[in-house]
Design a protein around this ligand. Structure first.
Ligand code: ACO
Length: 326
């Protein structure tokens, strides 16, 4: 059974955080943040607003954008590193809040690779003919797990959510995929409240997101460069066949370095880092949506989505865009 994606919805919280916010309590500047990360703005959830709330708003936006009958959804996958509870899953709470009867529900943990992993899993469920209409959501409230005394990480993160529906189709719009993981880098990007070493290394168990920024940066540039080439060739395509690349938006300099290495013009790389910061699982749908709304991404365009993050892990897919805003 073939699959396609023809609907999308996004949501970001209302509280806007400019770079100048951090100048008030950290030794940093708007200029440093813009130049070293590309970030100009991000949004934070309010005190009583959680990942499930963001997911619900993104799904409501999707339903409104495309006049979607949510009752037909038979599976919900939420990719998040910031569920408000370990149990119940965020997906199950979206199911009940949106009155979607009888859908299977799971949360998945693959950090900033999670949204693409979710699409890959949905594609597999549809191919196996067990399900026909799958809601895949990438959502984060990273502001709730940010250490605001660490100037090299706290300036990066933002909150947001993006939802798509992967559904059975007569035509195949979801092409071949890649997945890869280097678990030996687990200690270089983690979020834990347990005092258990990772890769034999002691960690800070304070439930805040911790990273070795330089290590992750270098790994991301070399991995994305290799994996984008591998994915394109696996699909019997060339880089020129792809209309837009949508890598996870972690830092504009990562995207610039990858594009330079592969000789891809930056205009073909869609990002969400400037306006939303690093929103992890939400970053790819946010960039995709902005690309559609701005009129850049059109139906039938070939897209390459590639996520990477904590694990360190990576997942990519080539697809034909079937989303149109009426
Ligand atoms: N303001 C001013 N100076 C700063 C700041 C700041 N906010 N942060 C760090 N600096 C300083 C450092 O202290 C250092 O000073 P020094 O030279 O006197 O020691 C200098 O700037 C350079 O520090 P670097 O760590 O080398 O800075 P870099 O250019 O690497 O930028 C950053 C840091 C932005 C974290 C970058 O390494 C990065 O983006 N890494 C990748 C992050 C990533 O992709 N994470 C994965 C996704 S996260 C997830 O999964 C949710």
């Amino acid at each position: 059974m073939n699959a396609t994606i023809s609907s999308i919805g996004i949501y970001h919280p209302q509280k806007e955080i400019k770079n100048s916010y951090f100048e008030e309590f950290l030794d940093t500047s708007d200029q440093w943040i813009r130049e070293r990360t590309g970030i100009e703005n991000r949004y934070y959830a309010s005190e009583n607003e959680y990942t499930t709330d963001l997911c619900v708003k993104a799904v409501e936006a999707l339903a409104k954008n495309h006049n979607t009958n949510l009752q037909e959804i038979d599976f919900i996958i939420v990719a998040t590193s910031t569920p408000e509870q370990t149990l119940p899953s965020v997906a199950s709470q979206v199911q009940t809040r949106m009155n979607i009867p009888h859908a299977g529900c799971i949360d998945i943990s693959a950090a900033c690779g999670g949204f693409v992993y979710g699409i890959i899993l949905a594609k597999g469920l549809i191919a196996s003919r067990t399900h026909r209409k799958i809601l895949v959501i990438g959502a984060e409230t990273l502001s709730k797990v940010t250490d605001f005394t660490d100037r090299s990480s706290c300036i990066l993160f933002g909150d947001g959510a993006g939802a798509v529906i992967v559904e059975a189709s007569t035509e195949n719009h979801l092409f071949k995929v890649i997945t890869d993981t280097h678990g030996s880098y687990g200690k270089d990007l983690y979020l834990s409240n347990k005092n258990i070493p990772i890769n034999g290394m002691p960690i800070i168990p304070d439930n805040k997101i911790r990273q070795n920024g330089r290590v992750v940066f270098k790994w991301a540039v070399s991995t994305l460069t290799k994996k984008i080439e591998e994915l394109v060739s696996k699909n019997d395509m060339t880089l020129d066949d792809i209309n837009f690349f949508i890598p996870h938006s972690a830092n504009i300099r990562i995207l610039e370095a990858v594009c330079k290495e592969l000789n891809i013009p930056m205009e073909k790389c869609l990002e969400s880092i400037r306006n939303y910061g690093n929103t992890s699982e939400a970053s790819i749908p946010l960039a995709w949506y902005d690309g559609i709304i701005s009129g850049k991404v059109k139906p039938k365009d070939k897209l390459l989505l590639i996520g990477f993050g904590g694990g360190l892990t990576c997942a990519g897919i080539c697809l034909q865009n079937n989303i149109e805003m009426k």
